[in-house]
Ligand binder design. Structure first.
Ligand SMILES: Cc1ncc(COP(=O)(O)O)c(C=O)c1O
Length: 392
């Protein structure tokens, strides 16, 4: 098998081992070196192409879905999608990290009636729990879940959750921000009402817009439902279908870069090819870090190919800020942890990187530890005990 060609960062830029913004291909950056008129026919064709290509990635043979790009960062698109949920709905939120909690917070802003299942930092919500919650409260009509909870890197079991929601006759909404493009979300296999993702994650574009992909019936039903003028998905959809334009100033350069990113995604073998490269990145990096003594927060079966959380070493000479600076000096930007109970850091596997880069990441981590005088990267006993207790 021929390996995809990876573009190294240029002009001394470090690799971004972060889950978006991430390291992009040179040709993606180059695609931004031209200005576009936002309502010119060339740009309208670009918008149409972007929507078509994204829909082609959804495995929707019946043509039930449509794609609505929304300006702003991922959170704007999540909020826009949540604004499609009927105002009289009662919503079940499945939270196991910061992004699940943000969904609950957003729904509170939106005044939706809601119940939250909060699994903490470590554990996935399971299909049987969802089925039991829906059976216990027949007023629940909608369920929202994060596909890959980027705050820990946990890959939630979306298929069994979707099956429980379908069996209960409810609607499922997915935050697939950090998963879509690398992990399958095939509508023919997984029933959902809608999902959301953004330009700067697994499709490897630059930040500037997100997109809602939803059933056309849900888009129709969302007419007049939004709490917000700017985040009204139905209004954007209706206007885009009628005029080919975005309702308000589009991020033209970001769209141009995204189209190039989509070409590279297709050339790599689409979702399967992209997911396979990220999985190799994860496997090589995790094996190398374990050899240094680091421990992953999650059990192997829940580790996503998107981002991996490691416990901070217990060694008294370990200091995360220093570790970060030493990694940066070697050309790698890592990510602080986002857990509520233990100290941790994260290393992303997504972006223009392959397993050779990941080997260099491990070498850089070894050199950084040596420079700090840390001869053992094992985590505190208490962190491992807590993980074992919760996994039991
Ligand atoms: C799963 C998930 N949801 C939502 C967001 C929020 O996106 P943004 O920070 O672009 O607003 C992120 C960002 O990483 C994410 O990973």
């Amino acid at each position: 098998m021929t390996r995809p060609k990876i573009d190294p960062p240029h002009m001394g830029e470090p690799y971004l081992l972060t889950p978006g913004p991430l390291t992009t291909a040179y040709s993606v950056k180059q695609a931004m070196l031209r200005d576009w008129g936002s309502w010119d026919s060339d740009f309208r064709a670009m918008t149409a192409e972007l929507r078509k290509r994204l829909l082609e990635m959804c495995g929707d043979s019946g043509g039930a879905l449509d794609c609505v790009p929304m300006q702003g960062s991922g959170t704007f698109a999540v909020e826009a999608m949540l604004g499609m949920i009927p105002r009289d709905a009662r919503v079940l939120v499945l939270a196991n990290g910061a992004y699940g909690q943000r969904i609950a917070q957003t729904l509170r802003y939106l005044g939706r009636d809601m119940q939250v299942i909060d699994k903490g930092d470590y554990m996935p919500p399971r299909g049987d729990e969802v089925a039991a919650a829906l059976a216990a409260d027949p007023a629940l009509s909608d369920v929202v879940v994060v596909h890959c909870e980027t705050s820990s890197g946990i890959l939630n079991p979306i298929e069994e959750i979707a099956e429980a929601v379908r069996a209960a006759g409810c609607r499922l909404w997915i935050d697939s921000m950090s998963a879509f493009g690398a992990l399958p979300l095939e509508f023919d296999r997984i029933e959902y009402e809608g999902f959301v993702s953004s330009a700067n994650k697994c499709i490897e574009g630059v930040p500037g817009f997100g997109f809602v992909i939803a059933r056309k019936s849900a888009l129709e039903r969302a007419r007049g439902n939004s709490h917000s003028l700017a985040l009204d998905v139905h209004a954007q959809w209706e206007y885009m279908n009628r005029t080919g334009q975005w309702r308000f100033t589009p991020p033209t350069h970001v769209v141009a870069a995204f189209l190039r990113a989509l070409e590279l995604h297709a050339a790599e073998g689409g979702v399967a090819g992209r997911g396979a490269r990220y999985a190799r990145n994860r496997d090589v990096m995790v094996a190398g870090m374990r050899e240094l003594g680091f421990e992953t927060l999650l059990d192997a079966r829940w580790l996503s190919p998107i981002i991996v959380t490691f416990f901070n070493p217990a060694h008294p000479a370990f200091d995360f800020t220093r570790f970060y600076d030493l990694m940066k000096a070697r050309g790698f930007i890592i990510y602080p942890g986002k857990l509520t109970v233990v100290d941790s850091f994260r290393i992303g596997c997504i972006g223009q990187m392959d397993e050779d880069v990941m080997r260099k990441v491990v070498k850089a981590a070894a050199a950084a530890l040596a420079e700090m005088g840390v001869d053992d990267a094992a985590p505190p006993e208490a962190a491992l005990k807590e993980r074992a207790r919760l996994a039991a």
